[in-house]
Design a protein around this ligand. Structure first.
Ligand code: FES
Ligand SMILES: [Fe+2]
Length: 327
């Protein structure tokens, strides 16, 4: 899956902004090792984790004054990956043109570091709450899941697993029937569906601000190709809880996962406490997905789907088409 060229032209989350501070950071994206560091101008620089001199991993070097130095012979790289020093040549000597690093597109948005390894063919999905004063943003950290980004996206669009996988958090065991789903363009960036779901509230009272045992959430869930899913939860109190779920292929069978929450609450409960519930839900999904071997078949005929799977079937059809498979 990761070899498909079209995948390179999209944005992927590989870290949080706070992760890129005083040391270089190694990440892996679509099977390629990359190094990230924060340059003197404050921008994050991303480049292949390979020194052009003798291929040492630059991520094991050091960052000083925004310049990254290779651990092997000390070649040093500044803004935009420009090689600014070759110590063995002595001061003032010209640097070979091929010594400069070939950098990748980097953007910082929503407290996350996004990378596009090719030429961006689509924008990072817009979250209007980011610039709306009524909302605060809560970041969750980046995890590594031993499953494919395709299985993660399929799972995040699926509600029929709630009464099975999520009984430990919000799922209600006997609420198994999924009503008919109508798919629609939710806004410019997300395609998905609206629904109502009754959930168990006891574990999530902090998240919902309500004390009833069972509460109704009005929700929308939608995707932005290739692997971003947004869920919005609207509670009857007027509280909105928006979740952006980002899956990034490290390789076919390993992925980064992070989520970001926006809420229009009064900010009295610490952010990390609010998302404890979301973290527990994510852990339930991770546990299930890591039990499933292999990558998700991209041909819809290779697995059996029913009406409740409509959103993920549509995502899979569009994803397959995006990478040049199927219709
Ligand atoms: S391998 Fe990096 S400076 Fe020689
Ligand atoms: Fe789930």
């Amino acid at each position: 899956m990761i070899e498909h060229e079209a995948l390179k032209n999209h944005w992927y989350v590989v870290a949080e902004s706070d992760d890129i501070a005083s040391a270089p950071r190694a990440v892996r994206l679509l099977g390629s090792d990359l190094v990230l560091w924060r340059s003197a101008s404050g921008e994050v620089v991303a480049a292949p984790d390979r020194c052009p001199h003798r291929e040492a991993p630059l991520s094991q070097g050091t960052v000083s004054d925004g310049c990254l130095s290779c651990p092997y012979h000390g070649w040093t790289f500044g803004d935009e990956g420009t090689c600014v020093e070759v110590p063995s040549s002595g001061p003032g000597r010209a640097v070979p043109p091929a010594a400069h690093l070939t950098t990748l597109y980097v953007a910082e948005r929503y407290g996350l570091v996004w990378i596009c390894p090719g030429e961006p063919s689509a924008r990072i999905p817009e979250m209007a709450a980011e610039t709306d004063d009524r909302y605060r943003r809560i970041n969750s950290g980046v995890e590594v899941w031993a499953t494919s980004a395709t299985r993660m996206t399929d799972n995040f669009l699926d509600i029929s697993h709630f009464p099975y996988v999520h009984v430990g958090t919000f799922g209600i065991q006997d609420e198994q029937n999924v009503p008919a789903i109508d798919l629609e363009q939710l806004d410019q960036d997300f395609f998905g569906y609206q629904y109502e779901v009754d959930v168990r509230n006891e574990a999530g009272a902090v998240a919902s601000g309500l004390d009833a045992e069972v509460i109704t959430r009005r929700m929308t869930t939608g995707f932005n190709l290739p692997f971003t899913v947004r869920s919005t939860i609207h509670y009857e109190t007027g509280l909105d809880h928006l979740i952006l779920l980002c899956s990034t292929p490290i390789d076919d069978m390993t992925s980064y996962f992070t989520f970001v929450v926006w809420r229009n609450d009064d900010g009295s409960v610490p952010g990390q406490e609010v998302i404890t519930f979301d973290r527990a839900i994510g852990a339930e999904d991770k546990l299930m997905l890591e039990r499933i071997g292999g990558v998700l078949p991209l041909d819809n005929r290779d697995t059996v789907s029913v009406q409740a799977d409509k959103p993920s079937v549509e995502w899979r059809r569009r994803f397959a088409s995006m990478i040049g498979l199927g219709s």
